[in-house]
Design a protein around this ligand. Structure first.
Ligand SMILES: [Zn+2]
Length: 114
């Protein structure tokens, strides 16, 4: 059985939200299927491309060894993600961050940008 911490659950829930907002805004009305987050963290509706990225992001986060001393995933990712996915996560964060900010969801923004 996989073990995970509260911090991992929080990060995975957050990245799930960000990817879903990005997908809904950027990828129009294309085919979407349910992506099941691990550890009973719920489901997100994502297109195939975003589901693939999400699986990668979740896998990285579950494996991240820098639990306690990690300042935030924003910094950690620069070492942890490969080039393609790093560019992608930056785009997703920027896009969804702006959207969530407009909706007043500052609780989401706080963790990632400050
Ligand atoms: Zn998508």
């Amino acid at each position: 059985m996989e073990t995970h911490t509260k911090l991992q659950e929080k990060d995975i829930r957050l990245i799930g939200k960000f990817v879903e907002v990005y997908c809904a805004g950027k990828h129009g009305t294309g085919e979407r299927s349910l992506f099941c987050l691990p550890a009973g963290l719920g489901e997100r509706r994502l297109c195939a491309e975003c589901a693939e990225f999400m699986a990668y992001a979740v896998a990285r986060r579950m494996k991240c060894p820098l639990e306690a001393e990690k300042p935030s995933c924003k910094h950690c990712r620069t070492h942890c993600y490969n080039k393609t996915n790093l560019a992608k996560v930056k785009e997703i964060m920027a896009y969804s961050g702006k959207k969530l900010m407009l909706r007043g969801r500052l609780d989401y923004i706080w963790h990632y940008f400050f």
